[in-house]
Design a protein around this ligand. Sequence first.
Ligand code: NAD
Length: 499
Amino acid sequence: MSTPTRITHLIDGQPWTGTAERTSPVFNPATGEQTGVLDLASASLVDEVVRSAVSAWEEWGDASLAKRSGVLFAFRELLNDRKEDIAALITAEHGKVLSDALGEVTRGLEVAEFACGIPTLMRGGFSENASTNVDVYSIRQPLGVVAVISPFNFPAMVPMWFIPVAIACGNAVVLKPSEKDPSAALAVAALWKEAGLPDGVMQVVNGDKEAVDALLTHPDIKSVSFVGSTPIAKYVYETGTAAGKRVQALGGAKNHMLVLPDADLDLAADAAVNAGFGSAGERCMAISALVAVEPIADELISKIKDRMGKLVTGDGTRGCDMGPLVTSQHRDKVTSYLDAGVSEGATLVVDGRQDSYDSDGEGYFLAPTLFDHVEPGMSLYDDEIFGPVLSVVRVGSYDEGLKLINSNPYGNGTAIFTNDGGAARKFQRNVEVGMVGVNVPIPVPVSYYSFGGWKNSLFGDTHAHGMEGVHFFTRGKVVTSRWLDPSHGGLNLGFPQND
Ligand code: NAD
C-alpha cells in the first residue's frame, strides 16, 4: 500500500499551501485502497478564495471578446491533448471504465467548443430609430463571481457543463467538486492557467457542507450552479435564492424507457443494457425502469438476460465492461435493494452478487442485476438507486406506460423505443420529462442545446449550457439612446411614448 497523496485547493493558480483543519479520504473504488487525503475548506478559507476571485474578476470582466475567445480556444486544445490523463484520473477515483471516462471528458470538451463561439453567442440586438432619432439596443454583461458545485458521478464533465460558458461570458468561477473524486476536476481547472486565464478567475475549493454553505450565503457569489441528489438540490436552491442569488440546481432521476410492441427488440435490449449498466448505473441519465408494453416483456427480458451474461465487471483499467460503485457504503446501499426487492414481491431475474470480480483488490463491486414484475410502491421503483439495477415494469398499453412515467416525481430523461413515428411524436409531446430519446436510450443533448430535467430533477428554471447557459451567466441590459437633437427639447412629464 502506498502513502495517500495530499489533494488540496487550487487558489490563484496555485495549490494551497496552508494546513487543513479537516480532511477526508479518497479511495480507488476498484481496489478499496485509500489513494488520497483531501483538504476540506473552512468557511473562512472560502471567504478568502471568493474575495480573491472578486479582484481577479475586476480585470477579467473587462477583457475583450477576442481575448476571452482566445483563452477558450487554447483551453480546448489543452484539454484535447490531455484527455487521456484526465480519463485515467476519473477511473482511479470514480471507478468507471476508461473508455467511459474518456467519453465523459469528450462531452465536457464539446461545451468548451460551444463557448469558443462567445462573440456570436453574446451578440445583442439593435433597433435603429425605435422612436424618431432614438436607437434601442440590448447587451448582456457578466454576473461577477459564480459558484459551481458538482457531484461525484461525472467529476470532469459536470463542472464543464458550466465553467467554460461562465468564463467565456466574463465571470470568475469558484468550483466545489465532489469530495469523493476531486482530482479530475482539479486537473482540468489547472489547464485554464496554461490557456492564459488570469490567476484567480478559476478557483477550486474542496470541501463538504461547510464549504457549500459558505458559498450559498457569501454576498459576493452571484449565482450557484449545482448538480447532485434531489434533497441537496432543493436545499441549495432554497438557501441560495433566499440569499438573493440566481440558482440552477439539477437533482436526481428515475429514467424510464418505454418499449412498444412494434419496437426492434434487439435494438431495445442492447439499449437497455447499455443505458442500465454503463458506469454501473451511476448516471443521472441511466435507464433504471424499463417499461415493457405487453406482450413483449418475456421476449425482451430473455434478450436482455443473454446480453447481461456476456458482461464482465471489474477494475476499469482492465478493459472490463463495468467498474465498481463509488464507495463501499454506496455499494452496500445499492445491494440492500436486492433483498428489499425480493421481499416486496419483485422477481430477481439476474442477481449481481458474485463471488469474485476482475480486480486484484477488495473493490466495491456489484455486477448487473435485473428485476421483473416491479411496481410503483416497491422501493426498487420508488427510489433512485443509482446502481446497476434494472427494473422491468410490465404495462398493458402505451397510455398506461405514459401515465406511469408522468406520475413519477422525477423528470430528467426518458426514451421510447418504437417503429411507429406517430406514437413517438405523441410521446415526445405528452411526456413530462426534460430530455426525450426516440430510439436513443441516453438522450444527453449536444452542447449547443441545453441539459436539464423537469419536476424534482431541476430546481430553478434554467438548464445547463447552450443558450440557457449563456443567459444564466449574464444579465441583460437594454439601452435607449438619443444623441442631442434640439427638436426633442422641452418639458413633458407624461410616460415616454414612441413617435
Ligand atoms: P450529492 O447530492 O450527495 O452531492 C452533490 C454535491 O453536494 C457534492 O459536491 C457534495 O459535496 C455536496 N453536498 C452533499 N451533501 C451536502 C449537504 N448536506 N449540504 C451541502 N452540500 C452537500 O450527490 P452525489 O452523490 O455526489 O451525486 C449523485 C446524485 O447526483 C444523483 O442523485 C444523480 O442523479 C445526481 N445527478 C444529477 C444530474 C442531473 O443532471 N440532473 C447529473 C449528475 C448527477
